[in-house]
Design a protein around this ligand. Structure first.
Ligand SMILES: *Cc1c(COP(=O)(O)O)cnc(C)c1O
Length: 408
């Protein structure tokens, strides 16, 4: 671990107070030029006594704007204290969690996984246009049919085709023969450049794609590609549960990664993370963003610095070993649940090292699905699966109630 360590609450409080002192203080400093202020005082009491012990809430009330990208060039000076903490969070994730070299990455705390995924596709589309003179019609996105809907959303926004790759019903693995046929047909139809989205845990199944399946076939057919990992769901689980995973920046073919902090990390909603290797993010520079000091290389405009502080607080409160222990507990509960399903001869899918169990719908009566709030794959009569996500609040006692209901 180069950057990630456990800190005491006092150390965290001191660090964040210091950062806030380095930011503009709207209640004290003369600051006339920004359409920004602290949160409205009539509604959000900035002198509430508990705020001094609650650094995340204190930052929320101070209301720093982290507009722009702080790993590249200069940034808005008014919020440099908390921007530095955002950079620290990105360093921890890019190097300590995703095995990259220090200072080799750009990125930002995005409003969520959807934006981070679209940011990746936007960068790569423009990369192919700017460097290889690609036309939109020559670029295609490749992703499995279990991929999150933010990918079709991005395909629609960016005006590039999405080629959906079927998966095997039982094991949710990419159908390699179908993939190769789709690539051959696309090449014949004039597609030359591919944006590959590999899942580090799909939302419905927790299945992890092997990115090599894509890159081997694309290289065999001499095609250009960029590879993005959608770790929105699994980014805070899989690297900790499968310590030998190579789905990270140690694989030179992986250019970018999405991670959601508002799922497994339990940060407030509005907290995703986008990371990419240096030399790529410039492709989405908006030159017209002239009032922002430094450059705007992000999809969103203004965004709160409080989200970055929340991620920092969570990571540093646990420390790397504390986080591994937390994930271990979730996996232990998942194993307990799978063993109980095995005893009942109930069929399900579970990716090893992940905390989602997706059960075949023929074993689940609609009343049970409703009682336990199980999420179906499809909200119609075609549905074939229901999932159980073993989150922090899902304890063995809760799982036992479901098992008892299934026994009846
Ligand atoms: C949740 C999720 C997303 C989208 O994330 P939001 O934070 O809801 O925008 C993208 N990909 C996967 C795999 C997800 O699970």
């Amino acid at each position: 671990m180069k950057f990630w360590k456990k800190l005491t609450h006092q150390q965290l409080q001191d660090r964040i107070n210091q950062a806030l002192l380095e930011n503009v203080d709207f209640s004290k400093d003369t600051s006339l030029g920004y359409p920004a202020s602290k949160l409205d005082e009539k509604v959000f009491y900035s002198d509430a006594p508990f705020l001094k012990d609650a650094p995340s809430l204190k930052t929320f009330v101070a209301n720093p704007n982290h507009i722009g990208c702080h790993t590249y060039g200069t940034s808005e000076k008014a919020f440099k204290g908390t921007q530095e903490i955002e950079r620290e969070v990105l360093d921890i994730l890019a190097t300590d969690v995703f095995k990259g070299e220090p200072n080799a990455f750009d990125g930002y705390i995005a409003p969520g996984g959807t934006e981070a995924n679209i940011q990746a596709m936007w960068i790569f589309r423009n990369f192919f246009q700017n460097n290889l003179n690609a036309k939109n019609s020559e670029i295609a996105i490749l992703a499995s049919s279990d991929t999150h809907y933010s990918i079709p959303k991005g395909s629609n926004l960016l005006g590039i085709d999405l080629l959906s790759i079927p998966v095997i019903f039982e094991n949710r693995k990419i159908d390699v023969t179908a993939l190769e046929n789709i690539i051959i047909t696309a090449k014949e139809a004039g597609k030359k450049y591919f944006i590959v989205i590999a899942n580090m845990a799909t939302t419905m199944f927790g299945s992890v794609d092997n990115p090599t399946v894509y890159t081997d076939i694309l290289e065999k057919h001499d095609l250009s590609y960029k590879l993005h990992i959608d770790g929105a769901y699994g980014g805070f689980v899989y690297p900790f549960s499968n310590r030998n995973s190579t789905i990270n920046f140690s694989n030179p073919k992986i250019s970018s990664i999405t991670i959601d902090a508002h799922k497994m990390l339990q940060a407030p909603y509005g907290t995703g993370v986008f990371l990419c290797r240096k030399g790529l993010i410039e492709n989405v520079l908006t030159k017209e963003a002239e009032y922002v000091e430094g450059m705007d290389l992000t999809l969103c405009g203004s965004r709160s610095g409080a989200n970055a502080i929340a991620v920092y607080m969570i990571l540093m409160t646990y420390g790397p070993y504390g986080w591994i222990e937390k994930i271990k507990v979730l996996l232990m509960r998942t194993e307990w649940f799978c063993n109980a399903l095995d005893k009942l001869n109930i069929q399900y899918f579970r990716e090893e090292n992940m905390n989602i169990v997706t059960i075949r719908s023929e074993y689940i009566k609609p009343e049970i699905a409703a009682q336990f709030d199980l999420v179906p794959e499809q909200h119609n009569d075609q549905n074939k699966w229901y999932k159980v996500v073993i989150m922090d609040h899902v304890e063995i006692d809760n799982l036992m109630q479901l098992i008892d209901a299934l026994k009846k």
